[in-house]
Design a protein around this ligand. Sequence first.
Ligand code: NDP
Length: 252
Amino acid sequence: MQNKQSGKVAFITGANKGIGFETARGLGKLGFTVVIGSRDAGRGRAAADKLRSEGIESVEAVRFDVTRPGDHKEVARHLQDRYGKLDVLVNNAGVQLEDGDFTSGFNTTSTGNPDILRQTFDTNFFAVVALTQTLLPLIRKAPAGRIVNLSSILGSLTLHSDPSSGIYAKKVFAYDASKTALNAFTIHLAQELRGTTIKVNSAHPGWVRTEMGGSNAPLDLSEGGKTSVQLATLPDDGPTGGYFHLGKPLPW
Ligand code: NDP
């Protein structure tokens, strides 16, 4: 029997490890052709080999740094030449460059280094917007494109401004603001693409034990890719312009 997802192509940025790798694994298991973006070619190849060893056949790695405009053009050319379209873009690569102990309270707003703010926005926001703009013509060629932006609950202004919320006392300013800006991109792009078959959503993966999430995070990596996979495989009547964790909407 033909797998429902076979023939579909997914490009996942920062997929050599962590939540991106887990998302590649999840989509690969569903029958997607998975293109792993990795800024280090060797780490990307190793990730693809690992998935192949688990029985996921249709997987390749491309060397890809999200902050390099030349890499955007290069990957677009590669996807066009090899597949002629892109069904799923998972904007997963991200950085958290500030110090903060997530088990206690902290706030970096008045002490944060402006260079860190700029670097964080370069990776988590400006690069995502530019890459998505570059790949959109290829996504339009797919029958039902899906764009997943890896945000975070820490991008929620509603929760950050609510003294009773769990994140009220945990404020990594550059990271949080970059994810809030990313959420704005989700809403704006989804509105522009209304009336097309393309869906654009923001994902909060949960607090996951990865290099970024740290060892105190409650969620195992096996849980960490679930929201991205769900949003990458939304049915035709699924939502667009939303912000979700495991199918549940989050407040903006
Ligand atoms: P990791 O730090 O474990 O992995 C991040 C990935 O992004 C790595 O593959 C890394 O590559 C890649 N990356 C970083 N900068 C670039 C760049 N310039 N170009 C290309 N790739 C890059 O993080 P997670 O897996 O935990 O996070 C994945 C996403 O989920 C992020 O966007 C994060 O903000 C978000 N998120 C994570 C949460 C968590 O609890 N872990 C919670 C909420 C959101 P390399 O290996 O080369 O460093």
